[in-house]
Design a protein around this ligand. Structure first.
Ligand code: SAM
Length: 222
């Protein structure tokens, strides 16, 4: 889990460092109760921004298995890896090969709980390294059809009762529409596909034009 630490007089989020002494993207390392933590920057990670704005993410905890779509170079993935620890797993999907290589070099090589999957999230049947179903699906791919992609991946890999965290980049879905209407449309799509939406959190002032939707998957599998 993440905790609050004081750094230079300011309250900041931090996660227990799974690889002692290693910083991934220049974040500060701090000691708290004899343990090393990595400061989690809400301007660099939308999950940290959402937690600062009141997101409840207690389904991401020690031992959680998570399918993470849009891993990029692994900034947020690395903090999620700290939180789930050695008994959890992060299946990190990324399409772009250049950032995918950085994800492998900087994050997955040293963190045995991160499994990089260099594939297109539109083709979940091509992820051969995933076995069974996961507890959590996290989606941050900034595509127009991101909600449909998240739903398709949930149907393939998410446990019944599992959680989804969907970052909505309102402008990548529709550059003109009112962001509130864009979010309402994504909520409706989730509700039409067996999700119950629990929270919608705006990420300002850390991130402009982004929100996160937290929902539970209630689909009954045959
Ligand atoms: N989640 C990252 C973080 O917090 O550190 C940032 C993700 S960035 C906004 C979006 C990423 O999604 C990019 O690296 C992009 O290459 C990736 N992406 C876009 N479309 C994708 C797809 N169809 N399949 C997999 N990854 C995709």
């Amino acid at each position: 889990m993440s905790i609050w630490v004081r750094v230079e007089g300011q309250k900041q989020l931090a996660t227990p460092n799974l690889v002692a002494g290693e910083s991934i993207y220049g974040e500060k390392l701090v000691k708290h109760d004899d343990e090393e933590y990595r400061v989690w920057d809400p301007f660099r990670s939308k999950l940290a921004a959402a937690l600062k704005n009141g997101l409840r993410a207690d389904t991401i905890r020690t031992g959680t298995t998570i399918l993470y779509l849009g891993a990029s170079t692994g900034t947020t993935v690395s903090h999620v890896s700290d939180i789930v620890g050695i008994t959890g797993l992060v299946f990190a999907v990324e399409l772009a090969s250049r950032v995918g290589r950085e994800l492998i070099e900087n994050v997955a090589r040293k963190r045995k709980n991160v499994v990089p999957i260099l594939e297109d999230a539109r083709r979940p049947n091509s992820y051969f390294s995933i076995f069974g179903r996961v507890d959590v699906l996290y989606c941050d791919i900034a595509q127009q059809d991101q909600t449909e992609i998240a739903i398709q991946n949930s149907q393939t890999f998410l446990k019944v009762g599992g959680s989804i965290f969907l970052i909505v980049k309102t402008r990548s879905i529709d550059v003109i529409a009112n962001p509130k209407l864009v979010i309402r449309d994504q909520v409706r799509k989730l509700e039409d596909n067996d999700f119950s939406v629990e929270q919608v959190i705006n990420l300002e002032p850390f991130d402009k034009d982004h929100a996160i939707i937290r929902a539970t998957y209630n689909h009954v599998q045959n």
